[in-house]
Design a binder for this molecule. Sequence first.
Ligand SMILES: [Zn+2]
Length: 185
Amino acid sequence: MKNTKIIDKKCLIQKYIVENKTTTEIANELNCSPTKIGNALIKYKIPRKKSGPRKGSKLSLEHRQKISLKNLNNTYCKGHKLSNEHKQKISKGCRGKNAPSYIDGRKKKLNAWKKQVRIRDKMACQICGVQKQSVEDKNIHTHHIKSKKDFPDLVYDVDNGITLCRSCHMTYENRPKVLLKLIKE
Ligand SMILES: [Zn+2]
């Protein structure tokens, strides 16, 4: 079992910092994985050296000036602000009916489904029993028992819907199994 050997802190400092070896080199020497060396460095709180071809080397002033000169000529979108009107136009272009994901009639169908489920459940949360006065109440949610993603055929099925209050919906949204158990009881 070569990987169970505990790496000695002193040995690690000697190789990693004093001899300036990489984790891969040390791993090869100790016959274990570089990940293990990395984990040991974390465990002993030894700061990691910078990796990559530059290894923390600094650019010369000349080199930096060259880069900045090159960037000066790069005028793409520089100082170019959109007018409010323009921004609104862009925003309008991807909302509601103009949204890329818009499917005609989907929202209407979904709203009708929600209403049907809520009326069937008498506008009460089916878990905690909180009752709401109106079908339009924002704290009353309609949840798909079988997810829309996995059961696209059941999206508008009233039997696949359940009325939940806001907090119960948040609790059980991602726990379909627990929810199913509670409903059955
Ligand atoms: Zn509830």
